[in-house]
Design a protein around this ligand. Structure first.
Ligand SMILES: [Zn+2]
Length: 283
């Protein structure tokens, strides 16, 4: 009797410590994933993830390409209503991106693998810390959100590790990837195809809008907080795992996109993604 009690107890203890170990491993793994993505080593993890999902895991890569040349992209104009000007040359990559896009409110511009950043897209950038920049219209709600998230983050302020990227930077990232595959001996066409699986095509990354940020929270709790609170500040959890089919991107807990409080609230409450929200608007 005594013996069996001890056995049960020690089994429980073992089970508990096993669970604890597993929880820590998961937490550590998630943290490493975020770090690797931020520092441009996403392909290391991506290759194994891709095997299981068949989807791009880190299409945008990290902060390596965020510094430097902003020049011509700064100080461009938008009209009195806050809409970005020069929409005439909107370039469609597919027939899906057609009617009425010229009237799209700046905060609802859809950019994904099928919809590209409008030609001549204009944005005023402001410093968001650590050399990262964002559209000035999202700066205040972004800072407010990060400040409020601090409490659920062991009192550490979450950081923006990737904000605005120029199309040139995205192009360089893409070209570098093709070169990498060519070096490995892949023929041109195949190298291009493989690169496209890892890096969002130039013109197809939301970061080129200045309305999206990658956030490094250091703890996983901050991501949970953001998932349930970001809508109050106008931001959405842009790539939830259950919407990969529609967004074309596997879950990215660190990537947040500004769409405004009204849209964000609806997206959050209905459990839909931006693709679905925009489609509903058009109906
Ligand atoms: Zn991102």
């Amino acid at each position: 009797m005594k013996e069996s009690k001890i056995t049960v107890r020690s089994q429980r203890r073992r089970k508990r410590s096993r669970q604890k170990r597993q929880a820590w491993s998961v937490a550590l793994l998630l943290f490493l994933l975020v770090l690797m993505a931020d520092f441009g080593a996403g392909f290391l993890v991506g290759s194994s993830w891709q095997k299981s999902t068949g989807k791009e895991v880190y299409p945008e890569n990290g902060a390596l390409y965020t510094d430097g040349d902003y020049g011509a992209w700064e100080n461009m104009a938008y009209d009195a209503q806050g809409n970005v000007m020069q929409f005439d040359d909107w370039q469609d990559s597919t027939a899906q991106n057609d009617d009425g896009q010229d009237d799209t409110a700046w905060n609802l511009i859809l950019v994904n693998d099928k919809n590209r950043v409008p030609e001549g897209y204009a944005v005023n950038l402001v410093d968001a810390g650590d050399g990262e920049r964002v559209d000035e219209r999202i700066y205040a709600p972004l800072m407010e959100m990060l400040e409020d998230a601090r409490e659920s983050n062991w009192n550490q302020l979450p950081r923006v590790v990737s904000g605005y990227r120029t199309t040139e930077k995205q192009q360089k990232l893409y070209d570098d990837k093709i070169a990498e595959y060519r070096k490995q001996g892949y023929p041109d066409e195949e190298a291009e195809e493989l690169a496209g699986q890892w890096v969002a095509l130039p013109g197809h990354s939301e970061h080129e809008l200045g309305l999206a940020v990658d956030i490094n929270g250091a703890t996983y709790d901050v991501y949970l907080w953001l998932q349930t609170n970001s809508y109050k500040y106008g931001f959405i959890f842009r790539y939830p795992g259950n919407k990969t089919e529609l967004t074309g991107v596997a879950e990215e807990v660190w990537h947040y996109r500004y769409v405004g409080v009204e849209a964000a609230t609806e997206i959050y409450e209905q459990g839909i993604c931006l693709e679905e929200y925009v489609e509903n608007l058009e109906v």
